[in-house]
Design a binder for this molecule. Structure first.
Ligand code: CP
Length: 316
């Protein structure tokens, strides 16, 4: 693995999950691996879990970690051959090359604009860092994917599943703001790559990009999807077509105890942060079926497995 931006960068997914399980069993055992190495994390958008769990992962591996709010500095220019007489003070060509001198691995968090689908889906920020950095890049969530979250989600499903082929349901839920599609895209991509059946349920108009849900069953009937489910993974996302909108929805898509009662005593998952009594009721979130805290804990070991893989990489 040279960079980590999607499941497509992973040559052996079950081995990576196994590595994360080993990290969780003995978090400090791989400490010598990162000695003398620096992990530099640039946040163009806010984060609680990704920031702290990735820092913790670096510390567990013996690394020094630098974390920076990149949104508070000057704006970066990502286009070539432009006259930089506007509000962009530095070009990605210099910025990525310079940061590479202060880092052995760079992590980047960036959100989509939700106004320009073509640009967002080109994942410009992550891809330009890959192009101009001289060290490996880890996506800490990009405009269209959240791969560290998805690896932690798979790790959590492996820990909690009660049968080899659990029924996994990704359910859209309401939110007062238009949110990125990254978590849903990525969850769908990783669950399918792991060989699990996936059912996606959402209101009409909230179809994900087909490339992310190739083999998934799609239904607009949430209660039908919930029947017999072993995992309910909930997330809001905005529309793909027309892009980046929050359409008014008449039906109630909030996750409630009544809906969870239709499942096979399913576990409730969410990447967090979550809006209580909008996305999911207090009763579900505070129930024994909710595994959101365990899920968040696994973020550290997912990051640790990925960083270790990059540190061990012998490819030129
Ligand atoms: N799940 C997740 O990425 O959380 P943060 O936005 O807090 O990093």
């Amino acid at each position: 693995m040279k960079n980590f931006t999607s499941v497509n960068d992973v040559s052996n997914l079950s081995e990576l999950v196994k590595k994360a399980q080993e990290m969780k069993a003995r978090p400090q055992a791989f400490n010598p691996l990162g000695q003398g190495k620096v992990l530099t994390l640039l946040f163009f958008n806010p984060s609680l879990r990704t920031r702290l769990s990735t820092q913790r992962a670096g510390f567990n591996l013996g690394m020094q970690v630098i974390s920076m709010n990149a949104d508070q500095g000057w704006k970066l220019e990502f286009e070539d051959q432009v006259v930089m007489n506007g509000d962009k003070a530095e070009h990605i060509r210099e910025a990525a090359a310079v940061v590479s001198q202060y880092a052995d691995i760079i992590g980047i968090r960036t959100f989509p604009s939700l106004t320009d689908r073509e640009k967002d889906y080109a994942d410009v920020v992550i891809n330009k860092f890959i192009e101009f950095a001289s060290v490996p890049i880890i996506s800490l969530e990009s405009a269209i994917r959240h791969p560290l979250q998805s690896l932690a989600d798979l790790l959590t499903i492996e820990e909690f599943k009660k049968r080899d082929q659990p029924k996994i349901v990704l359910s859209w839920a309401p939110h007062p703001r238009a949110l990125p599609q990254a978590v849903a895209n990525s969850f769908a991509e990783w669950v399918q790559a792991a060989g699990y059946d996936l059912t996606i349920t959402h209101p009409k108009g909230y179809e994900l990009a087909r490339t992310f849900a190739v083999k998934a069953k799609i239904t607009h009937h949430q209660e039908e999807a919930f029947a017999g489910a072993d995992f309910i993974y909930t997330k809001n996302w905005s529309t793909f077509q027309p892009y980046g909108q929050a359409l008014p929805i008449q039906e109630d898509w909030t996750i409630t105890p009544e809906k969870m009662a239709l499942t096979n005593q399913a576990f409730f998952m969410h990447c967090l942060p979550v809006r209580r009594n909008v996305v999911v009721t207090d009763q579900v979130l505070d129930s024994a079926q909710s595994i959101v805290i365990a899920q968040a804990n696994n973020r550290t070991y997912a990051a640790q497995a990925v960083i270790a893989e990059l540190l061990n990489n012998k490819e030129p």
